[in-house]
Design a protein around this ligand. Structure first.
Ligand code: FES
Ligand code: MG
Length: 578
């Protein structure tokens, strides 16, 4: 039974609907225009359901039906649901990259909540940037909010082989480039890799970020692991609707849940999951919005302590999210890293994380490993620093060939993505497996929007020789479903004059992952000389949203939020006058 900390007359929505004045008349008459009667709203929390469904987002295709289940839950608990659509951000189709629009979704969410007669919020997302986008906005709005993850799609299948989103697309594309599979095979892979609605079912950005949403306390226990088509997902949606209403009465706001220890839990869970590198950027942005100074060092500390125990591709060789769900899901994984978690953190259930996972158990020790039998002894990510990346860069050592963890080699530099793409399949390209491929001008400003170009293709002539991994370095991001020795998010980026702009083909770069160092073996004097010769970079946009983006976007190590959206920017935003 929920504890009522608030009275019906205290509801925020009552400011719209209750007053006996001309404005109140307007709000009541217009809600009645839609067929509602006072019985629908008087004394009932209004729950905004922020839905990122669209006709071109396959990861959220089921949200059109699921929103009805959320509404059912809201009605059951005595609330009044209103669905508010937000920008959908389909990872597959939005160009140049959804990352350009994560903050737009965050603004969309925050302002939808603030401007409407809303008491509580249900957030519906899952495809990569939608989780951080929705949570960033809800954190700033700070009304009681609960997150509904879309759930992973079912396992892919081709000729009896399991296929994983992204990871197997890259893998079989290399096989096709090497001439090992035919076009007909490839078309069959296309038809088998995405078998149901739901987000990518590898440990990509989507599975990583929904797990983080759960670990930080913003979802129902276990919600992030339920496959999208499973009927348990339907029941979870209705339960989230019911819970949103109770959270309003309890006044259980995001600021009470998203404490610094809750973010430390999220970072530990990300490490144990073998998370997407994108988690770093999103978690830093989210924690900073919640008022905590979280940075790359927090990931480095966790990375040294928490091993990768989720045997899910691409860090793990074998399994996908459906297997992870049947092995017990995220609550089960959390029991395995219990000693690294703050179990007293409050969650949307009104209970602590420790209470939520008290009954959880692991049903398959190969899918969710014990810490003594980890997939990778350290955490998923390594943060490297050095003269080439003074503010840091990240990589995923668990997903790269061991021989590349300590490596010196000559740089092969590409100034932008089109020049890399034009050269990489040239049989005359002067490149060996010891080279380090460098892509620059692909960061937050330069990309623009920091596209997922960081897993540079292995040059075709090397693929034919059997090379499947080599060191790659960029100020870009990469898809969470990608793998290989890719060093990403070099900060500051080349476009704003970071040292990456100074590298020349043939320079020696040394990467030492155990020591967390990245060094451009060129003297400071020489680098200064090169800096003086740098051409001035033109802005990428001169009008529109992109113009605003380039004026206000933070660098990768700061989370790529807009400066003016950060909590520390100016005084709090006032509630609207009604
Ligand atoms: Fe939506 Fe991968 S495309 S999660
Ligand atoms: Mg992705």
């Amino acid at each position: 039974m929920t504890t009522r900390n608030r009275k019906p007359e205290d509801l925020r929505s009552a400011r719209w609907f209750a007053p006996d004045d001309l404005r109140g008349f307007g709000h009541r008459s217009r809600i009645m225009q839609m067929g509602y009667a006072p019985e629908d709203w008087v004394g009932r929390p209004v729950i905004a359901i922020i839905n990122t469904w669209s006709d071109i987002n396959p990861c959220h295709a089921h949200f059109k039906q699921r929103v009805e289940d959320v509404k059912r839950g809201v009605f059951q608990a005595g609330g009044f649901p209103i669905e508010l659509p937000a920008i959908s951000l389909s990872e597959n189709f939005v160009k140049p990259t959804t990352m350009l629009y994560r903050n737009m979704l965050a603004m969309d969410t925050e302002e939808l909540i603030r401007s409407h007669p809303v008491d509580g919020v249900v957030l519906m997302g899952g495809c990569d940037k939608t989780t951080p986008g929705l949570l960033l906005g809800a954190t700033s709005a700070n009304l009681p909010s609960i997150y509904i993850p879309a759930g992973p799609m079912l396992r892919g299948n081709w000729k009896g082989k399991t296929l994983g989103s992204g990871s197997d697309a890259w893998k079989y594309w290399d096989e096709r480039r090497a001439g090992n599979i035919t076009k007909e095979d490839w078309v069959e892979v296309e038809g088998g890799i995405a078998r149901s609605h739901g987000h990518c079912m590898t440990m990509g950005t989507a599975s990583t970020m929904t797990a983080i949403a759960e670990a930080v306390g913003m979802t129902l226990p276990g919600a992030s692991s339920i496959p999208a088509p499973d009927v348990n997902h339907i029941r979870m949606c209705a339960e989230a609707g019911r819970r949103a209403v109770e959270m309003v009465w309890e006044d259980l706001t995001p600021s009470k849940i998203q404490t610094r220890p809750a973010y430390e839990n999220a970072i530990a869970v990300a490490m144990a999951m073998g998370c997407s590198t994108n988690a770093v950027i999103h978690l830093i942005a989210m924690a900073r919005r919640a008022g905590h100074d979280v940075g790359l060092d927090d990931f480095e500390i966790a990375s040294r302590k928490v091993p990768v125990i989720a045997n899910v591709r691409p860090s793990g060789a074998a399994y996908l999210m459906e297997d992870f769900y049947f092995a017990g899901g995220l609550p089960a994984l959390m029991t395995r890293i219990r000693c690294h978690l703050h179990l007293d953190c409050l969650t949307v259930t009104g209970r602590t994380l420790g209470e939520n996972i008290a009954r959880a158990e692991v049903y398959n020790d190969d899918v969710i490993r014990t810490v003594d039998n980890a997939i990778y002894e350290e955490g998923a990510l390594a943060v490297l620093k050095g003269n080439l990346a003074p503010d840091g860069c990240v990589m995923k050592p668990s997903a790269c060939e061991p021989r590349l963890r300590q490596h010196s080699g000559p740089a092969l530099v590409f100034d932008d993505y089109p020049s890399m793409k034009a050269a990489i399949d040239d049989d005359n390209l002067e490149v060996t497996a010891d080279h380090i491929l460098v892509l620059r001008n692909a960061g937050p400003q330069g990309g623009p929007g920091m596209p997922e170009w960081g897993m540079l293709p292995i040059p075709k002539k090397l693929v034919k020789q059997g090379v499947r991994d080599m060191l790659r370095l960029s100020d870009a991001r990469m898809s969470g479903t990608s793998y290989g020795a890719c060093i990403l998010h070099v900060s500051p980026e080349a476009h704003v004059g970071g040292p990456l702009a100074l590298v020349r083909t043939g320079d020696i770069i040394t990467v030492d992952i155990p020591a967390r160092r990245i060094t451009l073996e060129v003297s400071d004097e020489e680098l200064e000389m090169r800096r003086a010769l740098l051409p001035e970079r033109k802005p990428r946009f001169e009008r529109g949203y992109g113009w605003m983006f380039s004026k206000h976007i933070r660098q990768a190590h700061e989370g790529c939020d807009f400066d003016f959206l950060e909590t520390s920017h100016g005084g709090p935003v006032a509630e609207p006058d009604i």
